[in-house]
Design a protein around this ligand. Sequence first.
Ligand code: DAH
Length: 346
Amino acid sequence: MEEELKNIVETAKKKVSAVSSRAGFESIKAEITGPNGALTKVMKGMGSVPKEDRPAFGKMINQAKQQIQGFYDQALEAIENAELAARIGPAIDPSLPSVEPGPGSLHPLTKVREEICSIFKQIGFTVVEGTEVETEYYCFDALNTPADHPARDLQDTFYLPDDARFGNVSKKEDERYLLRTHTSSVQIRTMLKERPPLRVISPGRCFRRDTVDATHSANFHQIEGLYVDENVTVRDLKAVLDYFFEQLLGKGTKTRFRPHFFPYTEPSFEVDFSSSHLAKLGSEWVEIAGCGMVEPAVFDSVGYDPETYSGFAFGMGIERIAMILYGIDDIRYFYQNDARFLSQFA
Ligand code: DAH
């Protein structure tokens, strides 16, 4: 009996450790501990063992069972690991160089931003930068957008927790930090630092609480423009934007201004353009920017005398321009980092 048990355990060890599939495991398990298995048969023979030998015999059987269970557990674990490895594929070595490194290319948004900046630089604008984290003051108050203005609705703005701290953006005690909703905040930062005459543009990332779809993203980019001097008029604004859009979209591009409202400009306009080069647009006039003459209240908040100075400002979305230029119909492509999309701009 003892010999037989030993044999069963030995055989079990060999066979179980050799299985590599679940099916193989189950069939070997049946051979050993199934209803007709070798060990089961020995247990069934218990009845014929003399009474006084039964406790010792029972103990041996239990030991054998435990050992065999140990083999089962090990084998199952190995099988499960192999199954997992098969599912996740071969191990990768992230330190290896890629097979075809390729030359790489600028992101389409970067390309368009650089193109826009270079056009404005040709007519004397300098590029300035603001911060993505802003305070309510720079983003709203100083832009003549008081606390009860709909533009400050919690629904469309990301506020930061009250205890958030940013060393490079100072704020008043009772003010809140937020992610800037537009680059117009840079107008204020620039005017507080410099004196007229001023000609700046400022590209950068903005944030709004928005439902993401083909044309909306909670994170997007704008480019802001600000021109302040003596005797600046709407004619200057129109001339600068006409020049810009013709450079960007080709000769024969036209712009038109439609009356609009922005708290920080008066009068305010929305700008449409029309370009025969962009037949794929479908409609003749396409809205592209917001602009206007700087509201005197904004000059007041930065300490410029509105009697002496006048100026214009404008803002537009970089994604929107890139979508028009490249015929991209879904804003989400810009952020997915899909090499098939990005490599088209190489
Ligand atoms: N800040 C506006 C927006 O996010 C765009 C804009 C409109 C900027 C008029 C301006 C301006 O500077 O004068 O929609």
